[in-house]
Design a protein around this ligand. Sequence first.
Ligand code: DOR
Ligand code: ZN
Length: 396
Amino acid sequence: MSLVIRNGTAFIGAKFVRKDILIDDGKISSIGVNLKGDEAIDATDYLVLPGLIDPHVHLREPGDVYKEDFATGSRAAIAGGFTTVMDMPNNAIPTITKARLEEKTRLAKEKAVCDVLFHFGGTDDNFEEVKKADPQSMKLYLGHTTGNLVLKDPASMEKHFRGFPKERQIVLHACDHSDVEEVNLEKTYATIEGAVASAKKINRRIHLAHASTGHEIALAKTYGRCTVEVAPHYLFLSTKDAERLGRLGKVYPPLKSEQKKLSLWKALPQADCIATDHAPHTIEDKEKGAAGFPGLETSLALMLQGYERGLLDMEWIIGRMSSNVADIFGLKGRGRLEKGGVGDITVLDPKEEWKVDGTELQTKCRWSPFEGMELKGKVHTVVKDGEPIYQEYEFK
Ligand code: DOR
Ligand code: ZN
């Protein structure tokens, strides 16, 4: 069965052009004009994007499925326009052995409606396990955060840097846990400098998670093989909002001052990609002090605010949520509308206005730090492997 997405404004070769996209057998088979398929989606008023890729989510399964699981988390991804997400290893039962990676892979296959890839956790003593599991990417926690996954031995980082194939990505969590904005910032900067120096020495690629100040981006960019991601909440929320939100406003790294938020906007053109750091917790857990925000369903519309306000080009935004992520993590056939690529497509209605209402979200935690915010731009349709699984702003 073939499907044509007709007459939309499609993101092809980093530009928007009016083209039809034909998908056959789950793959893009042709891009052109007046294409015919067994079924058609009319995208005349819409933007046609490669299925977006989020390199940083916490889907909580196994271990904390009362917060989120692969079914609800992947539905949140699709509703937000993401057809591939990369899950973090800091579960209650962390992903630090081959058996756990296999278990996660199996659970996600059974339950998820989008593709879920996994970052494997590095510890002070799982070097052999990394070799056995042979994961596509790793995550190293250089400071404490939710869960117990953290490197304690200062020699472990470089040992993982050397042991893991150099072309595969190692994601770094550089911030040390602190509820207060400024306290650990100097420490974070020193951690980034140390990681960059060590990666430089052996010429390996690294990726810095959730930069929340312009200076972190500047530090990352002192090394050509260090890429860096920014999460929308550091661009759209500050300590002012943290005060208003009370316990709901807690996140690691913590929200920053208005001034630092501006520094992040200023450095943003140098950032390589956008990541949600979707980290759902129930309201009850937030009241007990849990850190983290859900973000999959608000990320795209928030970034489009950057376009609405004249701060970012649409091409910049979409590239950093698709092709750039694919390049950083070596994901072939994803993140681009091109012949032979996977038939994962997000159709965006750029004019649809909506208001964030936590109770309407797909994420199990059903709240948002952006509650009540008026946004413009909504995912209209998502095609996964050639199948429209989400249409007219809803799951089929
Ligand atoms: O706020 C956070 N929540 N930051 C992290 O680094 C982890 C995440 C989580 O897993 O809850
Ligand atoms: Zn995270």
